[in-house]
Design a protein around this ligand. Sequence first.
Ligand SMILES: [Ca+2]
Length: 167
Amino acid sequence: MFVFFSSCGCCEEKQKDLTYTHDFESLQGWTNHPYGLEKGIAHSGDFSCKTDTLARYSYNFQLDLNTISKRPLGKVSAILWALKSNESATGDLIIEITDKDGKNLCWASYPLTSAAAGAHEWIEIEGFADLSKKGLNDPANKINIVFVNSGKARIDVDDFEIKFENL
Ligand SMILES: [Ca+2]
């Protein structure tokens, strides 16, 4: 979702808020892959995204960096909320950058830790990537952000918030 706001100078170019959020509340009826859309278990509203051994990947965020901003990007941070179905559940928030040909340039994983959180408790996971180094912020590059369930137990995820910052 884009939010526009005016900058303080009357002649300056308007700046775009580089934040993308998803709460899974408006997907019903709009996706050909409804398996992961779960009603009745949610961090917000009524819906979340279910991951398990049949569908390990959540709905993902994927865009060309050029689409996100015409100015060079410096950083991306991502937050999501996850609910483990039991203590043994494992999974990771993944931030991946690829070039225009699909070659992997950056792959960072942020695990769903068990620290201070048992089953049936929503846990916040946060990850980030420095896009200012090694040409990661080339406008032709693509970013992919997704939650991957790596275990045998179900994990529901909700309320993705992805923020980009310009250099
Ligand atoms: Ca929700």
